[in-house]
Design a protein around this ligand. Structure first.
Ligand code: SER
Length: 316
């Protein structure tokens, strides 16, 4: 990667990814885009171009002007939001994706987009979920993600577009919070631990899901994009994860820092139903073998990092 355009640059992943790419590749070589400009991150907003990913002409125009060699397509709606408005989800997630793939094909760009643990379903093995296995999700988000994986494979096979991607677990961050996801509790719990010392969780205490700290997610994107194509059997939809944990386990870890921290449960049936169809622990051996995926944050390190950073944030 030398010159990069990013969609969804103000999202949970996009915000930290854009800053990291600007550090590594030079501010002048990174073009952040998003559908709005609401952010206090000056570094990003000063460069940001407004782009609705459903508008092919607008995307094509920006690519013609900026002349990138890579597009990182991050703009998408998360699982719970998709369930609220499935048609809007299809429009943004699928039409946005095919537009980004088309500009990659036409302008010969390297391509990245994330898939998710949401691409799996009830009939997928929950533990040690293999790289290649049954994918029959029953959520709109899952349908979008499986279709997206297939579409990326198609562009790779048919048009030789260098499409790459990972299946992200729930991502935990403190700079930009996620919105509308089923794994969001694992971010909210840290903010509430600092703000009020208690948290009401919308998933059951024994619900295990894959999770990862945002720094590991950003490193994974960059590592995969910089990997030699020869070392990859396919560039797409690699299983990756760092932590398999439940709300109860997050609570135990937080209590080591804040002994009075309290949790109670008010389960949201929609999000619980989604979570119940997702794996508990992905097998990441292909990502490890093919491009050296190696996360640095376990639950203990993640918890110390999150609590320290959020405390700092609220001091100001
Ligand atoms: N974090 C996402 C969600 O909960 C999963 O990819 O929707």
């Amino acid at each position: 990667m030398k010159r990069i355009i990013i969609t969804g640059a103000l999202g949970q992943i996009g915000t930290e990814l854009t800053v990291k790419l600007m550090e590594l590749y030079g501010e002048e070589n990174v073009l952040p885009t998003d559908v709005h400009k609401n952010s206090d991150n000056e570094m990003i907003t000063s460069k940001l171009e407004i782009l609705d990913v459903r508008d092919f002409d607008q995307m094509d125009e920006l690519v013609k002007k900026f002349k990138p060699d890579t597009i990182l397509h991050m703009a998408a709606l998360l699982s719970a939001t998709c369930e609220k408005d499935p048609l809007l989800a299809w429009d943004i997630n699928m039409n946005g994706l095919i537009n980004a793939l088309e500009v990659a094909r036409i302008h010969d760009l390297k391509f990245f987009t994330p898939s998710s643990i949401g691409s799996f379903g009830e009939s997928t093995p929950k533990k040690n979920t293999p790289q290649t296995t049954i994918q029959r999700p029953n959520t709109m988000y899952g349908v979008n993600k499986v279709s997206g994986e297939l579409l990326c494979d198609y562009y790779y096979d048919k048009f030789n577009v260098d499409t790459r991607g990972v299946r992200f677990p729930g991502l935990i961050s403190h700079i930009k919070e996620p919105g509308g996801g089923t794994t969001d509790y694992a971010v909210d719990i840290y903010f509430e631990a600092i703000k009020s010392g208690k948290y009401t969780c919308f998933l059951e205490e024994e619900t295990y899901l894959d999770m990862m700290y945002i720094d590991d997610a950003i490193d994974a994107i960059i590592k995969l994009m910089e990997a030699d194509a020869k070392s990859l059997s396919t560039g797409n939809a690699f299983n990756i994860t760092a932590i398999s944990a439940s709300p109860k386990e997050f609570t135990t870890e937080i209590k080591k820092h804040i002994p009075d921290f309290e949790i109670d449960y008010d389960v949201d049936p929609v999000r619980q139903k989604i979570a119940d169809t997702w794996p508990e622990q992905l097998d990441c051996s292909e990502a490890e073998k093919q491009w050296g995926f190696a996360p640095k944050y376990d639950l203990e390190k993640l918890t110390t990092t999150m609590l320290t950073a959020i405390k700092e944030k609220y001091k100001k």
